[in-house]
Each structure stands twice: as C-alpha cells, then as structure tokens.
Design a protein around this ligand. Structure first.
Ligand code: FAD
Length: 439
C-alpha cells in the first residue's frame, strides 16, 4: 500500500516520530502519515488503504484517533469553500482549525454562534465528538451543521443533509471518524457579534443555590469549582454593542501560578486545601469586550487529562456538589478545579445532548499525575445522575453502558456496518466500544 500513495500526499513532517495527543497520554506509531491536498487525493488514499484513522488537532484525551496503520491529517484541506450572505451559511474544509474560522467567517459577515474553551481543534474533530461551549440555548458545534461531505470506505463521496437523507446525516454529524472522513462541512452561522465577558470569584454554595438564575440571566455561564475551598470562578458572556475593551487575561502569570500549584500539590498533597483557599487572592475580577471569536478561546499551556460527563440539567447542581465532595473525600491530590457548563439539546444519534439540554461536569488532573484515582472516584457519581461521557474525554463506559446511554447507538452501529463492512475506519479502541471485540 505504501508504494501506491502519491508522494505529495505523504506527511513527512514527523517521519519516524510517534504520534501523541495533546496531553501526551495517547501514543501511536502510524505506519503511514498522509496529508492529502484535494478531496480526490483523499478519496484515492482512503480507497487504497486497508485501515485508516483521520486525525484533527489531536486534542482528544481518548485514543479515538490513535492508529498504527494509516493516519490522515486534513491540515492541507483548510479554508472557506463557499458562503451565502443571506442565509449566513458557510461551507468550510473539515481540516480548518477553529482559530482560522473566526477571521475567515468575519470577512464574509458571519460568526460561529458559540465556541468552546479553546480554538486549536479542527472543524472535523469538533464536529465528530460533539464539542461544545456553554449556554442553555446554545447547542454543540455539530448541531449547526446543515450539510457534510463524507469520503466513505470505497473512496466515494457522500453528500448528506437532513433533507437528502436524515438518517445518514444524523449518524454522520457526530461519528467519531467511524463512518468515513468528513471533507467539507456547511455550517449555519450568525452575523458577527461582540461579547462582554465577566470573570469573578464567588462562594461555591452561593452560586449552586442560585444556578437557575445564573443560567437564564446570561447567554453563557461557566464555573470552575474549587472543591477544597468551596469557591468558584464564574464566567458569564453576553452580547453587547459596547466598544472593545480587552483587559489582559493575565495569561503567563496565571499559567505560571497554575503550574506551580499543580507541582506543589503533586509533591505535597496536603497543600491542596490551603492553595485552593488562595484562589480568591490569585484571581481578580475581569471584564473584556470584543469580537466573539477573540473572547471565547483561552490558552491552555499547562497540560492536563480530563473526564467530562453530561448530566440532565435539572440534577446538575446536586451532581456537581456531590462530585466536589467525593473529590475531596477521595484524598487524591490535585489543584485543578471542576468545570461546569450548560449545553442545549440536538438530534444527532451519538451526540450526548441528543434528546435535550444537559450540564457538562468536567474533572481535570495535572498531566504528571495519575488521573485514574480521581476520575474513578467521581465517575460513578456522574453516571448515577444519568451522565453521558464526552467522546473526546477519558471515561470507562463500556459497549453495554453506551448502548444503554444512547437510544440510537444500535442504529448507528448498523449503519456503520453497512457503510464500512471491512471496518476500515475502526481502531482497537472503537472496536471495543462498538462491541466488536471483547475488552
Ligand atoms: C485543552 C483542551 C480544551 C478542550 N476544550 C473543550 C471544550 O471547551 N469543549 C469540548 O466539548 N471539548 C473540548 N476539548 C475536547 C476537544 O474539543 C475534542 O476532543 C475534539 O474532538 C478535538 O478536536 P481535534 O481536531 O483535536 O480532533 P482529534 O482529537 O484529532 O479527533 C477527534 C475525533 O474526530 C475524528 N475526526 C477528526 N477529523 C475528522 C474528519 N475530518 N472526519 C471524520 N472524523 C474526524 C477523529 O477520527 C477522532 O475520532 C478540549 C480538549 C483540550 C485538549
């Protein structure tokens, strides 16, 4: 197979070096790394290879993209393909990184309605895992897809939309790279808008007791709970016409402090409580106003591993409170806070938000520390509250669990088998969670 691939499609950037995800917890040794520069080249490549995984920015914590066979990157398939000024729809290559979407869309009078914490990921990656931001009325990014082009196992290109084939569309929109390679996506965007971001430190119990108000009063609401000090950093985002005001985020200093606290608690776990109690002194209230795509993303320079579950919104305050208590009682050292966000519902078969809005609760652990004790303590709580795991974040849900959590999981697997009978797009991890091999 190696000899048939066009030399220009080979990705020679990292010849001989293993592939690693963002946190370094997943490592693979692809026998071939390819970077096609046209959809035709991508189709040929998929047709020729026996096993294929497509990778975006490698920001998933789970081994979704990992493969020792052919790994395809769409880094050369990036940018705007077409746009409609009336409907605010834009067609983009799936390899486009989110940080390029902001300026590209703004140049044609459009903006993504919402974004997550960072903007390093690829469009193909965020769509395939139901990546989300926060806001009771704001669904995951995949919910904004109106049409997509999928290169399937035999190399043919399937163009799918809710009007053309609703089943294939709702299966493919969040499909973990298991149905094929998405080459292009059309997104329903909005007119460019400006956001006012406020960040403050609030007692955790105050905000938990008033969650209903917070979630309805702001377009977006997010909190980071420090379980040992019962404090929370609260961030709200609202649309505004006020002039831009970019107060510094404290980037390098905040990163330095986070790294220092993580190192100190790693070495001396008993410091976790006193250091968390200092959060109110470290973090001062901030206000920033600017273009949405400049305000949404943060920079994350201190690596961590993460587990995130999406629980029904009406039990989210209890679930978060219990997760905080359990993380303290488990006595596992760790400075990172627990993150909490709201996400609106959608209709994609493998979207954790299929069937209604949910609240996302995410637990982080510093990359130099074993994440398993902390995650093992908190995961049963989030599962007991009816949580569904984020596909891109660590979890231990089995095939059986997922069948139970996702009403359309069985339908998805049936369609997958029809579209890819030789399991070209499956790696060992997907085979396991799809119930094709036993753990
Ligand atoms: C620091 C950090 C912050 C994060 N913040 C958030 C957040 O705010 N909200 C949130 O929900 N998640 C968040 N995540 C998780 C992240 O958004 C998801 O894991 C996302 O999938 C990563 O995108 P990627 O481009 O890196 O994809 P990868 O991790 O490279 O791939 C993810 C999956 O998508 C598939 N895929 C990629 N491209 C294509 C394609 N073209 N066609 C078909 N399948 C494809 C891959 O095969 C794989 O299964 C964060 C992760 C990190 C490390």
């Amino acid at each position: 197979m190696l000899t048939t691939i066009k030399t220009s499609a080979r990705d020679t950037r990292s010849l001989g070096t293993p592939w690693k995800n963002w946190s370094g917890s997943q490592v693979a040794h692809p026998s071939l790394r390819a970077m096609p520069s046209s959809e035709a080249e991508l189709s040929l490549l998929v047709q020729q290879q026996a096993r294929v995984r497509v990778v975006g920015a490698g920001h998933s914590f789970t081994p979704l993209a990992a493969t020792d066979d052919c790994m395809i990157s769409l880094d050369r398939l990036s940018g705007l393909v077409a746009h409609d000024t009336v409907s605010h729809q834009a067609k983009l290559w799936a390899g486009t990184r989110l940080f390029d979407c902001g300026p590209l869309l703004q140049s044609v009078g459009q903006a993504l309605p919402n974004m997550g914490d960072i903007d390093r990921q690829s469009l193909g990656g965020v769509i395939s895992t139901a990546t989300h931001g926060t806001g009771m009325g704001l669904p995951c990014i995949a919910a904004g897809v109106t049409e997509l082009r999928l290169v399937t196992a035999d190399g043919s290109v399937l163009s799918t939309s809710p009007q053309r084939d609703a089943d294939v569309f709702h299966a493919a929109a969040v499909s973990l790279g298991a149905l094929g390679v998405i080459s292009q996506v059309t997104l329903q965007n909005v007119a460019p808008f400006r956001l006012r971001e406020r960040v403050d430190v609030v007692p955790l119990d105050t905000v938990l007791g008033d969650l209903q108000r917070w979630k309805h009063e702001h377009r977006s609401f997010e909190l980071w709970a420090f379980p040992y000090s019962r404090q929370a950093i609260v961030k709200t985002l609202d649309i505004t016409d006020e002039p831009p005001q970019m107060q510094k985020k404290g980037g390098d200093a905040a990163d330095g402090l986070l790294r220092l606290c993580s190192e100190l608690t790693r070495m001396w776990p008993s410091l976790t409580a006193p250091l968390q109690k200092l959060v109110g002194r470290f973090v001062s209230p901030t206000l920033r106003i600017g273009d949405s795509w400049r305000i949404y993303p943060s920079e994350r320079h201190v690596p961590f591993n993460e587990m995130e579950y999406h629980v029904p919104a009406d039990v989210s305050a209890e679930a978060l409170d219990e997760a905080c208590h359990v993380s303290v009682n488990s006595r596992t050292a760790g400075f990172f806070p627990i993150e909490f966000r709201f996400v609106a519902g959608d209709s994609h078969w493998l979207s954790p938000f299929q069937g209604g809005g949910r609240a996302s609760i995410a637990v982080h652990q510093y990359y130099k520390q074993d994440y398993r004790p902390l995650f093992a303590a908190v995961e049963p709580i989030l599962r007991r509250y009816g949580g569904r795991p984020h596909w891109g974040k660590l979890h231990t849900a089995t095939h059986r669990d997922l069948l139970h959590m996702y009403p359309d999981f069985g339908r998805f697997l049936k369609l997958r088998a029809e579209l890819d009978p030789t399991a070209k797009f499956l790696n060992p991890y997907l085979q396991k969670i799809f119930g094709l091999v036993h753990a």
